[in-house]
Write a protein that binds this ligand. Structure first.
Ligand code: OGA
Ligand code: MN
Length: 297
């Protein structure tokens, strides 16, 4: 045993000690990290200095095939972080200044404040997300989690009945609009069709069943829309009760890893007009993709 595990919540979430993702990590230590993730689903590894983008990507690649976004466009629109594996979750524009109030990208970022799991609107789902805190504001901006395995186990038997047979549709556009973004045009909508996933699945790493839900969940196959949305909303409310929630208070240099197949999460507000929050994410997927998916949330 080379790593230390300090639980952060009675049900899940742990701080891992004795691991530094900025240094080479041997395979037996990685096996311990994977085992801790299987059990705790949310793990934090602290560092004095935030890992570089290269260190972040290299470590992430050891937890599964990485999502690669579209290559940055060269003409006119420089991106702040030109790495196809890294999603910029900061409140900074391409020249490193806090976004103007009317910047369209802000509206999309706000959707992160809805409870969700990353990329459930793709057929090939996200497994682990790894978010690195480069600059964190003095207050607010905690990231909140809930453990969907504990939630499933706590759901009364009568409410579980029939749920394991249901198939849920997850739509990128649905959560963008729910989050306050504009309605997509029909042309936009067809570029990103919804994906379907079972409402309940077996979380293979832990062998426990989990509910799989997110702000992207828009419909249930074969159920009238109103009834489906009421059921989704009831289950979401059950899932985010305080006894299931772990709120992560960020420190610069934290690497927070979560399992999207076992948890939901959300961003919380902070004074984003006056303070910089520079967060960067990589995402592992269930299998390697031949072509890049370009929308990430
Ligand atoms: C994400 C996300 C929440 C946060 O990176 O996927 O939802 O607190 N982040 O930034
Ligand atoms: Mn997210």
């Amino acid at each position: 045993m080379t790593i230390g595990i300090e639980p952060l919540h009675p049900l899940y979430a742990a701080r891992l000690t004795g691991v530094d993702i900025r240094q080479p990590i041997d395979e037996s230590t990685m096996t311990e990290v994977r085992a801790a993730l299987a059990t705790y689903a949310v793990c934090v590894i602290g560092h004095d200095q935030p890992p570089t983008n290269e260190e972040h990507i290299a470590f992430s690649a050891r937890l599964g095939p990485l999502e690669r976004g579209e290559s940055p466009k060269i003409k006119g629109t420089e991106v702040r972080l030109p790495y196809p594996e890294i999603v910029d979750q900061s409140n900074l524009n391409d020249v490193g200044e806090i976004y103007a109030d009317d910047d369209r990208r802000l509206a999309y970022k706000r959707a992160n404040r809805l409870w969700h799991t990353d990329m459930s609107f793709y057929e090939v789902r996200a497994t682990y997300s790894l978010l690195v805190g480069h600059i964190t504001p003095p207050s607010g901006a905690e990231t909140e989690f809930t453990d969907m395995r504990a939630v499933w186990e706590a759901l009364p038997q009568a409410r579980k009945a029939g749920l394991e047979d249901l198939i849920v549709e997850h739509s990128y556009w649905y959560s963008r609009v729910q989050g306050g973004g504009p309605e997509p045009t029909e042309e936009e909508r067809v570029t990103r069709p919804p994906a379907r996933h079972g409402l309940v699945h077996l979380h293979a790493p832990s062998g426990r069943k989990a509910l799989y839900l997110a702000s992207h969940a828009s419909d249930i196959v074969g159920m009238p829309r109103e009834e489906a949305r009421a059921l989704i909303s009831d289950l979401m409310d059950f899932a985010v009760q305080p006894q299931f929630v772990y709120a992560h208070k960020w420190r610069q240099g934290d690497v927070l890893i979560w399992d999207n197949l076992a948890t939901m999460h959300r961003a919380t507000p902070f004074d984003d007009r006056n303070f910089v929050r520079d967060m960067r994410r990589t995402t592992c997927r269930e299998k390697a993709m031949e072509t890049a998916d370009s929308l990430i949330a």
